[in-house]
Every structure is written in structure tokens, then in C-alpha cells.
Design a protein around this ligand. Structure first.
Ligand code: ATP
Length: 822
């Protein structure tokens, strides 16, 4: 095969298929696929904004701490304290190395995660439909498209039914473009199939696709910090200015007392080192990235780092029903036609039942093995009852269709049976009752439909028993008509069982305790929705308030905010609901699966798509993808999100209180002269020891049970609350007092030399800071058994730090560098 072809545009489709050596009905062979993948490479667009390693390394040198340290090197060098300069230089590189390693690790985790959320594509290979990773598509593949798919490669449409594609990703134009195989017959990678189906011959992959060619323009955007990281950076900056102020004051005081320049400069540097919480943003990033990995292990794929923190703040969850609260494993239980209710005796001779079977078999996109579980259930039922499924399919060729849409809540197909045209419909009861003028009576004759009210009642009754109810209808024609819905004949109803997920009840209870409101927004019948809500105890009181999509327009805001079930709502209404709650300052999570759910998923603070039943389009717009579709996973994710915020709070409080204690001790020594001051390198050492290992270990704690026992954090809440500041000052004060007390004791009772007192203060401060990790669990939790004492990393960090401190005490060269005297 010759490729690339210069004249793709001028070739007719059959010629193109030939030129690319492909086959419309069979697709490529496995061997050919491998050869082509080798020849043309993967179907991926190289990302250009991945930070190269050298840039990441360089960035480590560009922060306030590094500037201060650089200054320290210069000062010590000028005053000919070469050993000190060398030591500080070593610290600079060590620090950069640690920072680089940590960020690199965070990047590695995120890349691993983006691989998990890779797009899938349906292709025809060796005559079989296969689901593959989109990156494995190759030239000449036959791509099968359906509504909700993201087109995986550029290609030529060979067959289509009602195919339309939204090309906004490429053109910015949000109106869908109809595609047919005669004129507008090219589809592009990255665009979204908004309706219909198509069979496409792949002509371009990866960098040769249209979007690949413009990708370098759009991808150079800078990586954005998460709100949390921004808050932490702001906090660090604020602290830096405060320290600079204090430092200046102390230097002025020193000069006024007639002190020399060199000790004053060292003091200033010591203070600056003490005050800069350099670990904050990077430890936060690591905690978030680690959280993402843990969530991935629990079936939740997080696509945006900042989603982890928003999860912790979620106040309202809008959830759909089918598949999220229920198993989405359906089975047919009851069929109701004018002849009566069928529950277990199904006889082939019954004419109305025959019609129902034809409708269920034909107005159906599934073959019984894959597809919409509702449709699979219908086929299963037909096959299980030994009704002749294959014969029905073979004798009724499908020549047209109106695909299912959650806005219209129905689908239709048109068939040619010998010389007759028959359309079959299935969909929500209200919709089909409205469209039907006739009903198929028990004598298998159509008669004018006068008793619609009775049928509404029958549907309500089925729904009240917890069944998912679906209606069926048909229409016979001599010639295909343009007004599809004239003279439609109602056939009857089916009640399907879709059992609630067992784990959901426990998750609901967790939500109640955690102050999270759960609201069901479903396309299903209000009575079915209520029955399920009651089974899973969705509301604490057991009283469900329901509004349907038809009534929504007439309701006041207050009524809407008091409702916890919205039934028969369409995607546009879901968007309205999310917006209303957001206007009222709620942090909203919302689930969605269909292509039309994308706007609401984007609008919600946390958009959640389904990994199993969702469309690629929904997954693309979401922040979170649930691999198992289950509501319980959402609650688990919120729990972990809260846990991560909790951990971040731990180490913020820890780092700031440690740093503050250093500042107070150094300032006290400088201002009063009562005890010898800690030297810059000593402070640097203490910081390297306590800011890195224990702080990292704190970020890995499990969430305490109590995280789900309290209401959600307010979304605007600062990272360090007033209460946290009180804690920080309290702990810092406690550590300072103990260290100073020991210093004074050594001075006035033991009469140690200044050098020895300095050594004692140095060691005491290290031990005080290490011990301080045990202060962090919440007030009221057990001092011996809590998430810190249960965290093995904390113990490992403490042991490592103690060993390092111990080696300093015993290894002479370190003592010389750090000016410690025994
Ligand atoms: P949820 O929104 O909780 O997932 P749902 O699956 O009922 O519930 P939609 O998918 O929007 O929501 O479906 C709305 C209604 O359309 C259903 O209640 C059903 O009556 C009808 N329906 C669902 N699937 C099909 C289908 N494949 N063919 C025809 N009608 C369908």
C-alpha cells in the first residue's frame, strides 16, 4: 500500500478503500494491523507542553529559599567562611534534588493516570466488532461510530444512518454538521458524534489528522496550578514578607546596639531560612497526586488534580438512577397488553404478545450480547422464551431509524417486511401514549385509543412496584411516510426489574452523616424513581419530594430546593438544576452519561461520568470517571477528598508551627542575648530534616473516621482558618518554651558554655519538632490510637530523622560543619 496518498480528496470512496487496501465489511486483518502500526506509529498527538526534565530541575532553583541560600553563600564567601559556603551550596543542590524528585514522581503518577482514561474506539477487524484503545487505530481501519463517540481518527464516511457530528473541537462552531457518504463525507479526529451512526474508513491518524496539525497551537498553554496550590503559594508569600519585616527590625535593633555586620547578616539569613515554608506547595501537589492514584485503585479516575480538593467540599450530589443507584442489570418481569398481564406464561399463539415481541426484537440495537442493558434484557427474554428472534430479524430488514435520545425519551425503527413497511417504537409511557391514536385490542385489531387514562394508571401501578416501565407501539404503511407519527398503534407495556445496588444504602447513610444532600435527577418515571429512592433510603426522613420535568417550569425556587427527586428530566433541565444550586453557593457534583449531559457535567463543580455505560463525550467533559458506575464510589471519592484536605491541613499546621518556633527562638536569642542563637546552617539542617520527611509522611495519612461525621468544608474557606492559626501559635509557643527552659536550665543550673547550650538547644528543637507530629490529630481523638500513630510512614520518617540526628551527634565532620560542640 502506498501512503500517504497525495490525492485522497479526489478519490471516490470505493477507490480509496482499494488504495488503502481495506475492506468495508471485514476491516483489516490482525497481521495487517500490526504491520501498519509499525509503519505509521501510534494514533496519538505528541503533547508538547510536557515539562522537560531539565526545566523541572531548573525551576527548583527559582524559589525564595534558594535566593536566600544563594545570598548566604555569597555572604559567607565574602567573609571567608568557606566551609560554611560549601555546606550551604551542598544544601542548595540537595534541596533542588529532593524537590525535583518529588515533582517528577507527581508527574509520573499523573501520566499513569492519563493513560487510564484513554479513549476507546469501536473498529471492525477480521469481520468482528472490536473495542480498542483509540491510540491503536491505524490507517485503513474501519471505524464504527455511534452517538456520543469521540471520533478517534480522520476518515471517509462509507455508510451512515442519520450521522451528524459536532465539530466544535476543530472549528469552534457548536452546531452539528450532518455527514453523508456522498457529499460531506469526511469526519475528523476529536469531533463528537451528536446523532446517528456511521462506518468510516480511517485515512489519517495522530499528527497527520487535522486536529493533530493544529494541536501545537493549542497545547502550549501553561499548566495551571490548582486553587489549593495557589492558596498555598499566596500563604508562603505572605509569610515571606512578614519575616522580611521582622528581620529588618532585628537588624536595625542590632545595629542600634552596636553589633557587627557579619553576625547580623547571618542572623538575618537564619531567620529567612526559618520562615520560608518551602515544602508547602510541593507537598500539597504530592498529596493530591497520591490521592488520585489511590482513587484510581478504587475505581475512580480523576482527570484534573484540583478535582480532588473540590471533592472534599462537595455539598450536593445530583445522581441519576439507572446504573448508579441500580445495577443496570435488567430483566423482563411483566408484559401488559390489551389481552392482559403476562408474568410467567407466555404463549406464542397470542397475537398481541407476538406484536410486542416483534417490536421488542426489532426496535432494538442490541444483539443480546452487548449494548444498552435494557435492550439486552429484551433480547434475552425473547431468546429465553424460545421466540424466534433470528427469524424476526431476518424477515424485517431495517431501512431507517430514529435513534434513542434522552430528550425525546423514545426510539423508532423502520422495517421492510415483504412489501409492507412497518415502524416500531419504544420509549417512555407518557411519550408513546401521547403519540398513539389507536390501540391493538385483544382481537389483534387496531381500534381508536379512548382509554389512555387506564393505561397511565397501569403504568403507574407497575412503576409503583419498582419496575422500570417502557411502552411499545407500531405503525404499518404501504409506502414510507414523512410524518412518522401518524396513526400510531399502541401495543402495551413492559415492566423490567433493575435491582438497587446493595452498597448504596450504606453510602446514603454516610452522606446523611456527612451533611451531603443527595438529589436524584433521572429520565425515568417519577413513581419508579420514588420506589428506588425508598429502597435505598435516599432521604433521612424517608419522605421523598418529587417534581417531574413537565412541572419544573411552574415551580418556585423554594419548591425546587426542597425537592430531592427530579423525574423525567432531560439534560437541559439537569443543567438548570445544577446552575440553580450553584447560584445558591452550593458545591455541586453531578453524574451524567449521555452526549447531551456534557454541558451540565462541565458546569457542575465536579462532573462525574460513567465508565461502563457512559459515552466518550460525557467522559471527556467530566472531572471524574467511575469505572464501576456506582454511587458508592462517589461517596468513597468524597471521603478520600476530605481525607486529603485533612492531610494537607495537618502538614500546613505542622510546618508553620515548626517554622514559627524557630523564628521565635532565633529572635528571642538575638533581642535578649540571654541564650546563644541558632546559626543559619543549623536552622537549615533542622528544616531539611523536619520539613521533608515528617511532612511528606503526614500527607499520606488515612482519613480519620471523623471526616465523614462533619458537614462539608465551605468552598471559600481559607486553607489556614482562624482556629488553625490559634493552634499554630499555641504549638509554636509550647515548643519554644520547652526549648528555652532547657537552655536556661543548662545555663543557670548546669553552667554550660554557650557553645554547649547552642548544641543542646539544637537537639532539643529537633526532638520537639519530631514529637510534635503526635499533636496533630483532631481534638478529642485518642492520643495513642489515631490516624497519625497508625500511619507507618510517620514512624518510618521519625526513625529516619532520629538516625540522622544521632549520626550528627556522633560524626565529627558534621559537628564541625554545623558548629556543634560536645
Ligand atoms: P437515568 O437518568 O437515571 O439514567 P433513565 O435511563 O431512565 O434514567 P434516560 O436514559 O434519559 O434515563 O431515559 C429516559 C426514558 O427513556 C426511560 O425512562 C425510558 O422510558 C426511555 N428509554 C430509555 N432507554 C431507552 C431505549 N433504549 N429505547 C427507548 N426508550 C428508552
Amino acid at each position: 500500500m502506498k501512503f500517504p496518498l497525495s490525492d485522497i480528496g479526489s478519490l471516490s470512496t470505493p477507490m480509496l478503500i482499494k488504495a488503502l487496501d481495506s475492506d468495508k465489511e471485514m476491516g483489516l486483518s490482525g497481521k495487517e494491523v500490526l504491520l501498519r502500526q509499525q509503519q505509521f506509529g501510534k494514533n496519538i498527538i505528541q503533547k508538547q507542553n510536557r515539562t522537560p526534565w531539565w526545566k523541572l530541575l531548573l525551576e527548583q532553583f527559582l524559589n525564595p529559599l534558594m535566593f536566600v541560600l544563594g545570598l548566604a553563600v555569597v555572604v559567607t564567601f565574602l567573609f571567608q567562611d568557606y566551609l560554611e559556603s560549601a555546606a550551604i551550596l551542598a544544601v542548595i543542590f540537595l534541596n533542588a534534588g529532593i524537590g525535583f524528585y518529588m515533582e517528577w514522581q507527581a508527574n509520573v503518577s499523573m501520566n499513569a493516570l492519563s493513560a487510564l482514561s484513554e479513549q476507546q474506539a469501536r473498529v471492525l477487524r477480521e469481520g468482528y466488532k472490536q473495542i480498542i484503545n483509540s491510540s491503536d487505530i491505524t490507517i485503513g481501519d474501519v471505524l464504527l461510530l455511534e452517538a456520543g463517540d469521540i471520533v478517534g481518527a480522520d476518515g471517509r464516511v462509507m455508510e451512515e444512518i442519520n450521522l451528524a457530528v459536532n465539530e466544535a473541537a476543530l472549528t469552534g462552531e457548536s452546531i452539528s454538521v450532518s455527514k453523508d457518504f456522498k457529499n460531506k463525507n469526511i469526519v475528523y479526529k476529536g469531533t463528537i458524534v451528536s446523532r446517528g451512526k456511521g462506518k468510516v474508513l480511517v485515512t489519517g491518524i495522530g499528527g497527520q489528522t487535522e486536529i493533530g496539525k493544529v494541536a501545537h497551537l493549542t497545547q502550549s498553554a501553561e499548566k495551571d496550578s490548582t486553587p489549593l496550590e495557589k492558596k498555598l503559594i499566596q500563604l508562603s508569600k505572605k509569610l515571606l514578607w512578614i519575616t522580611l519585616g521582622i528581620t529588618l527590625l532585628i537588624i536595625l535593633a542590632g545595629l542600634w546596639q552596636g553589633k557587627e555586620w557579619y553576625p547580623l547578616l547571618t542572623l538575618a539569613i537564619a531567620l529567612a531560612i526559618a520562615a520560608i515554608p518551602e515544602g508547602l506547595p510541593v507537598v500539597a501537589t504530592i498529596a493530591l497526586a497520591r490521592g488520585m492514584l489511590r482513587l484510581a485503585k478504587n475505581n475512580v479516575i480523576v482527570k484534573r488534580l484540583s478535582a480532588v480538593e473540590t471533592l472534599g467540599e462537595t455539598q450536593v450530589i445530583f445522581t441519576d438512577k439507572t446504573g448508579t443507584l441500580t445495577l443496570n442489570q435488567m430483566s423482563v418481569e411483566k408484559i401488559v397488553t390489551d389481552s392482559g398481564v403476562y408474568t410467567d406464561e407466555f404463549s406464542e399463539g397470542d397475537a398481541t404478545l407476538q406484536k410486542w415481541i416483534a417490536a421488542a426484537a426489532l426496535c432494538n440495537d442490541s444483539d443480546g450480547t452487548e449494548g444498552d442493558p435494557l435492550e439486552v434484557a429484551l433480547i434475552h427474554f425473547i431468546k429465553k422464551q424460545n421466540f424466534k428472534h433470528k427469524k424476526i430479524i431476518d424477515s424485517n430488514k431495517r431501512i431507517g431509524e430514529i435513534p434513542f435520545d434522552s430528550a425525546t425519551k423514545m426510539m423508532g425503527t423502520l422495517h421492510l417486511n415483504e412489501k409492507k413497511y412497518i415502524a416500531y417504537f419504544k420509549g417512555a409511557t407518557e411519550v408513546l401514549l401521547k403519540k398513539s391514536n389507536y390501540i391493538l385490542n385483544k382481537n389483534n385489531k387496531k381500534e381508536v385509543f379512548t382509554n389512555k387514562k387506564d393505561w397511565e394508571e397501569k403504568a403507574n401501578q407497575l412503576a409503583g412496584e419498582g419496575y422500570r416501565v417502557l411502552a411499545f407501539a407500531f405503525r404499518e404503511m404501504e409506502q414510507p411516510q414523512t410524518d412518522f407519527f401518524k396513526d400510531v398503534v399502541f401495543i402495551g407495556l413492559v415492566g423490567l426489574i433493575d435491582p438497587p445496588r446493595t452498597e448504596v444504602r450504606e453510602s446514603m447513610e454516610q452522606c446523611h452523616r456527612a451533611g451531603i444532600e443527595v438529589i436524584m435527577a433521572t429520565g425515568d418515571h417519577p413513581v419508579t424513581a420514588q420506589a428506588i429512592a425508598q429502597k435505598i433510603r435516599m432521604s433521612q426522613s424517608g419522605k421523598e419530594k418529587t417534581i417531574t420535568g413537565f412541572e419544573l417550569g411552574d415551580k418556585t425556587e423554594k419548591e425546587i430546593l426542597e425537592t430531592n427527586i427530579f423525574a423525567r428530566v432531560n439534560p437541559a433541565q439537569k443543567l438548570q438544576l445544577v446552575s440553580l444550586y450553584q447560584q445558591k453557593n452550593y458545591t455541586v457534583a453531578m453524574t451524567g452519561d449521555g452526549i447531551n449531559d456534557s454541558p451540565a457535567l462541565r458546569k457542575a463543580d465536579i462532573g462525574i461520568a460513567m465508565g461502563m455505560k457512559g459515552t466518550e463525550a460525557a467522559r471527556e467533559s467530566a472531572d471524574l470517571v467511575l469505572k464501576d458506575d456506582s454511587f458508592a464510589s462517589i461517596v468513597l471519592a468524597i471521603r478520600q477528598g476530605r481525607g486529603i484536605l485533612n492531610n494537607i491541613k495537618y502538614f500546613v499546621v505542622y510546618l508553620l508551627s515548626c517554622n514559627l518556633s524557630e523564628i521565635i527562638i532565633v529572635s528571642f536569642a538575638a533581642l535578649t542575648g540571654l541564650i546563644p542563637p541558632l546559626l543559619p546552617l543549623q536552622i537549615l539542617f533542622i528544616n531539611m530534616l523536619t520539613d521533608v520527611l515528617p511532612a511528606l509522611a503526614l500527607g499520606m495519612s488515612r482519613e480519620p473516621e471523623s471526616v465523614m461525621e462533619r458537614p462539608p468544608r465551605a468552598s471559600g474557606e481559607p486553607i489556614v482558618t482562624r482556629r488553625n492559626w490559634i493552634e499554630i501559635f499555641g504549638y509554636a509557643f509550647g515548643m519554644t518554651v520547652s526549648v528555652l527552659a532547657i537552655g536556661f536550665f543548662a545555663k543557670y543550673n548546669l553552667h554550660y558554655t554557650d557553645a554547649k547550650i547552642n548544641h543542646l538547644i539544637f537537639l532539643t528543637l529537633i526532638l520537639a519538632q519530631l514529637w510534635h507530629v503526635f499533636n496533630l490529630p483532631e481534638w478529642g481523638s485518642s492520643y495513642l490510637k489515631n490516624e497519625i500513630t497508625k500511619n507507618k510512614y510517620v514512624w518510618m520518617a521519625l526513625v529516619a530523622c532520629l538516625i540522622i540526628a544521632w549520626s550528627i551527634y556522633f560524626i565529627p565532620v558534621f559537628q564541625t560543619i554545623l558548629h556543634l560542640e560536645r
